[in-house]
Design a protein. Structure first.
Length: 90
């Protein structure tokens, strides 16, 4: 059985803005970014990638739609993981 690993990070607006501009050439913040790695380690673990969630954006969105912040963060993590698995908006 294969072992997979995904890294998760919670960042603030400033860090997300920096990442969004550096890696997507987009100004401003976004709620979630996914970075594919897709490499095997020496010990046989397959690194799928990293999901980065903007905690401040998640708090703002949760408040706007009336749900708990933890639920919004979980939804954003799921969204990011789906991107790592090849699912995209189109």
């Amino acid at each position: 059985m294969s072992k997979f690993k995904i890294s998760f990070a919670l960042v603030d607006d400033n860090k997300m803005k920096e990442l969004n501009e550096k890696y997507r050439d987009q100004e401003g913040v976004t709620d979630v970014l996914s970075f594919e790695i897709k490499e095997a380690t020496e010990d046989g673990i397959f690194l799928l990638g990293e999901v980065v969630v903007d905690k401040e954006k998640a708090e703002e969105q949760a408040k706007e739609i009336g749900k708990e912040v933890e639920e919004e963060v979980a939804d954003l993590i799921r969204h990011g993981v789906l991107h790592l698995l090849g699912k995209h908006h189109d």
